[in-house]
Design a protein around this ligand. Structure first.
Ligand SMILES: Cc1cc2nc3c(=O)[nH]c(=O)nc-3n(C[C@H](O)[C@H](O)[C@H](O)COP(=O)(O)OP(=O)(O)OC[C@H]3O[C@@H](n4cnc5c(N)ncnc54)[C@H](O)[C@@H]3O)c2cc1C
Length: 293
């Protein structure tokens, strides 16, 4: 197995492409973000013959553009989604143990501004810790006003009462994706980037494969598979994703999909409300970061 990973190299790309066209896979995954990578890994661990194709580099989509926080979903407690919080906290803690070099605990201060809020948040975070099975890096701790001022002497909290110190995790999203792809390959899967799925091939109304294009050579590849998984990112944000691609490459102007106009208009309004409040801080930060500008 190790030999397989050690020899996973761009130099062997023609061989992988040949393999893609000659094998009938149990599962073909389209999209090499964290979702596709996780599915490849999961298939490999269960002995399912799987292949993954990605149209750009691995983690090209939102999997390299997140805020890099692996949180346990504390905010979902408000919606009484306890099962979801339980699952998310357990996943976060599993990732911290499985990839300690890439998923690191990060302390977060939650500030309270009056006694009622302070009491409510203490109870809230107790529930959060309990839902994680008390397995988080450290349980949430109450902080007095003085402790917060000591921990963050450069920040001003007008009207501060007290706070909570909780731990979430910070991740390197793109690298984590690559590591998960590598684990998928190590357990027998095939993963090739710069291969774009063009259309699903059907036979008797059943999907039997995918017609794809090698973006390096332009060659068309016919990949056979019993099951095809679309892991190309969220439907709502597929146009958003294209927008991100355009912005990243600065090829074009960002044109929102007219179908999602309401979403963009709301986002833009939030931005308009928010920006004047942080503009000054932004300018100051920029000045510190690049004093010559
Ligand atoms: C601004 C922002 C902040 C976020 N912050 C967080 C956070 O703090 N914590 C957190 O857990 N989550 C966060 N998320 C969510 C998280 O980033 C996404 O849930 C996750 O990246 C989704 O991964 P994915 O694999 O489903 O999609 P993607 O990463 O978008 O992967 C889809 C892949 O499919 C490929 N693809 C598309 N079409 C084709 C095709 N035809 N053929 C082959 N490949 C194709 C794309 O190139 C892409 O690489 C954030 C998201 C955003 C946008």
């Amino acid at each position: 197995m190790k030999t397989e990973l050690m020899s996973w190299s761009a130099k062997r790309r023609p061989e992988y492409l040949e393999q893609l066209c000659e094998t009938t896979y149990d599962v073909l995954i389209i999209g090499g973000g964290i979702t596709g990578a996780g599915i490849l890994r999961g298939c490999g661990l269960q002995g399912i013959k799987a292949a993954l194709i990605e149209k750009d580099d691995f983690a090209f989509g939102t999997s390299s553009k997140s805020t890099r926080l692996a949180h346990g979903g504390a905010r979902y407690i408000v919606n009484l989604e306890f099962g979801l919080v339980r699952e998310e906290t357990h996943e976060r803690d599993w990732m911290r143990n499985a990839f300690p070099n890439m998923v690191r605990p990060v302390p977060i201060i939650y500030a309270n501004y009056n006694a009622t809020e302070s009491l409510a948040m203490r109870m809230y975070f107790k529930i959060y810790d309990a839902l994680s099975g008390w397995k988080n890096y450290k349980n949430t701790r109450h902080l007095s006003k003085k402790e917060i001022e000591m921990l963050e002497p450069n920040l001003k909290f007008p009207g501060l009462h007290s706070g909570s110190l909780l731990y979430e995790c910070i991740i390197n999203d793109a690298r984590l994706t690559i590591e998960v792809v590598k684990e998928g390959v190590m357990s027998g899967g095939v993963a090739v980037n710069y291969v774009r799925a063009k259309r699903v091939v059907t036979k008797n109304e059943r999907a039997v494969g995918v017609e794809a294009q090698d973006r390096e050579t332009g060659h068309i590849l016919n990949i056979n598979a019993r099951n095809i998984i679309n892991a190309t990112g969220s439907g709502l944000f597929s146009s958003f994703q294209e927008g991100i691609e355009k912005m990243v490459h600065q090829r074009d102007r960002f044109e929102p999909n007219p179908k999602n106009r309401a979403v963009y208009e709301t986002m833009y309004k939030c931005y308009q409300d928010f920006y004047p409040r942080v503009a000054d801080l932004y300018r100051k930060t920029k000045k510190i970061a690049s004093p010559k500008e």
